[in-house]
Design a protein around this ligand. Structure first.
Ligand code: ADP
Ligand code: MG
Length: 243
């Protein structure tokens, strides 16, 4: 059997700040339709890893291929807009001067009617249909977040990089939107890397968890593997709050 090339393949990434390696020989590989949660305590290097893969930050060493295309190595560095990725952050702002409809349609190409259909489909998914003509300042924080989510999903990116994207949502909406979003990405065959510091979220959403500590991935595998066979006491303690 041949295995298709991973959608995300990062090899031996390294990045230091002030002489300290905050990302230290990190390798990550994610296939189509797979959700990898990069999990670890605050400050361990999760966001920096994501920023390296996105191209917002440049590594000192390592190689990144997205969908089989080398976007970063010793002699190559493509900026984020030239990598076929979707990005979602907790505070990913909408364009204030554009309506919800225009925001969601922003990255779309094609015929007007097709774009409008896609916008409506996504706004229905995030329960914002009635706000299609609203402007960001007319929305609550949670609604803005959901609109930003629809915007990130709209162009059907083959790779989605998410940094704690659901932590700004209130609890009532959070589980539904999270399940819906990740389900949608999975259906579309997107490779997802989701950063989180919450073991419970990773356990629930991930196909695979990469556990990070002090700039390194210390353990990687299916959620139940990490939960049942933590690599050391610190990993066990990290998962012990989950019931
Ligand atoms: P996490 O997302 O896991 O909380 P980060 O990747 O944001 O961790 O940060 C890892 C470490 O790198 C932290 O100690 C942080 O202070 C440091 N760091 C991140 N970005 C920079 C930067 N631009 N300049 C200096 N230090 C940074
Ligand atoms: Mg972070």
């Amino acid at each position: 059997m041949t295995t298709p090339a991973p959608r995300i393949e990062a090899t031996d990434l390294k990045r230091s700040f002030g002489g300290r390696a905050v990302v230290d020989d990190v390798s990550i590989s994610i296939g189509a339709g797979e959700i990898l949660c990069l999990l670890g305590p605050s400050g361990c290097g999760k966001s920096t890893t994501l920023r390296l893969i996105a191209g917002v930050e440049r590594p000192e060493a390592g190689r990144i291929a997205l969908d089989g295309v080398t976007v970063c190595d010793k002699s190559t560095f493509l900026p984020p807009e030239q990598r076929s990725i979707g990005l979602m952050f907790q505070d990913f702002a909408l364009f204030p001067h554009l309506s919800v409809c225009e925001n969601v349609a922003f990255g779309l190409t094609g015929k007007r009617a097709e774009k409008l259909n896609r916008v409506k489909e996504l706004l229905a998914r995030v329960d914002l249909e009635r706000h299609i003509n609203s402007y960001p300042h007319e929305l609550s924080g949670g609604e803005q977040q959901r609109a930003a989510l629809a915007r990130a999903l709209a162009p059907r990116p083959r790779v989605m990089l998410m940094d704690e994207p659901f932590s700004g949502l209130d609890n009532r909406l959070r589980d539904g939107i999270r399940d819906e979003t990740l389900g949608l990405l999975k259906d579309e065959g997107t490779a997802v890397m989701m950063v989180t510091h919450e073991p419970e979220e990773a356990m629930r959403m991930a196909d695979r968890i990469a556990l990070m500590r002090d700039g390194r991935i210390v353990q990687q595998g299916a959620p139940y593997n990490l939960y049942n066979s933590p690599i050391d006491k610190a990993a066990a303690a990290f998962f012990s709050d989950i019931n």
